[in-house]
Ligand binder design. Structure first.
Ligand SMILES: [Zn+2]
Length: 298
């Protein structure tokens, strides 16, 4: 039942109308089990007309979108799925302005929905990195220089990133966090969220990493203009060029959401066949957000 692949013609064929989207969501919801929100009963009947679930005890009706990020969408599932498909099946995603033009909705509506999608793309943090990992800090925005370093420019967004390497030394997974400064406390967030204490971590010689070696296996090497952490620097370059080409300007408060989107796509690049399905399933699990919550919570 799950949709696989990156082919837009297949996608359009699979989802010809709003009913097909509801059927898909309903099927996904069924795999998650059912507990009636009114009486906690666990048995239900599915209505053929709109795939709503009818509680067998109290007859409370639940639509496939109830209690999910899809609830209350004013522009319909069809456009929502289209935007999600482009955010996952493509290599670079799309900007809110592009989505607005392609789906005939306002830029604000597109932006708000895409922020909801990004919140579902956030890492579950269930699978910390255990093997080889490179950690480095860098800045985004402002005038770019080749210097990777600890800029004190407050307009620039400070980021710490971690790249997990495969056995062949290829990029396997990436994670980023926005940080306020380069103190050990700030740098520790990426370790706590994404890196196992058993991982072998390579960093540069910055003193901020030294106190973390009490808990983590850290090796500090001179950066040699990025040469000692080639994979990390390739990823930073990709991130910067993606943000520059797709998003002309990203507000400081929203940066983490864009970092989540970038990581979600890279971390699933070998699972590209199922990336759309994975995202849809995650969006069903995520709690609904209002526009105000999006603006405030990030
Ligand atoms: Zn019930």
């Amino acid at each position: 039942m799950e949709f696989t692949g990156e082919n837009i013609l297949e996608f359009v064929k699979r989802f010809p109308d709003d009913r097909s989207y509801l059927a898909y969501l309903s099927g996904l919801k069924r795999t998650n089990g059912f507990v009636c929100t009114k009486c906690r009963h666990t048995k239900f009947t599915i209505r053929k007309k709109n795939f709503a679930r009818d509680c067998n005890r109290c007859h409370h009706i639940e639509s496939p979108t109830d209690g999910t990020i899809f609830h209350g969408l004013r522009f319909g599932q069809r456009k929502a799925f289209g935007i999600m498909f482009e955010m996952t099946a493509t290599t670079k995603g799309i900007s809110a302005s592009q989505a607005a033009r392609r789906y005939g909705i306002s830029r604000t509506t597109a932006w708000a929905f895409m922020q909801r999608v990004r919140s579902a793309m956030q890492s579950s943090k269930k699978y910390p990195i255990v093997g080889d990992v490179q950690v480095d800090e860098f800045v985004l925005g402002g005038k770019e220089t080749l210097k990777q370093g600890r800029s004190k420019d407050s307009k620039k967004k400070k980021i710490v990133g971690a790249v997990e390497l495969s056995e062949k030394g290829k990029v396997k997974r990436v994670y980023f966090n926005k940080i306020d400064d380069y103190s050990s406390k700030s740098l520790s967030c990426i370790f706590e969220k994404h890196i196992s204490i058993d991982a072998h971590v390579l960093t540069n010689k910055w003193t901020g990493y030294a106190p973390l070696s009490k808990r983590y296996k850290i090796e500090q090497k001179y950066s040699e203009k990025g040469g000692s952490m080639k994979q990390m620097h390739t990823v930073i370059h990709q991130l910067k060029s993606w943000l520059r080409s797709t998003y002309s300007w990203v507000h400081q408060d929203h940066m983490e959401k864009y970092l989540d989107e970038f990581s979600f796509r890279i971390n699933r690049s070998i699972f590209k066949q199922t990336i759309f399905h994975t995202l849809t399933a995650r969006m069903l699990m995520a709690k609904p957000l209002t526009y105000q919550m999006i603006k405030i919570s990030i």
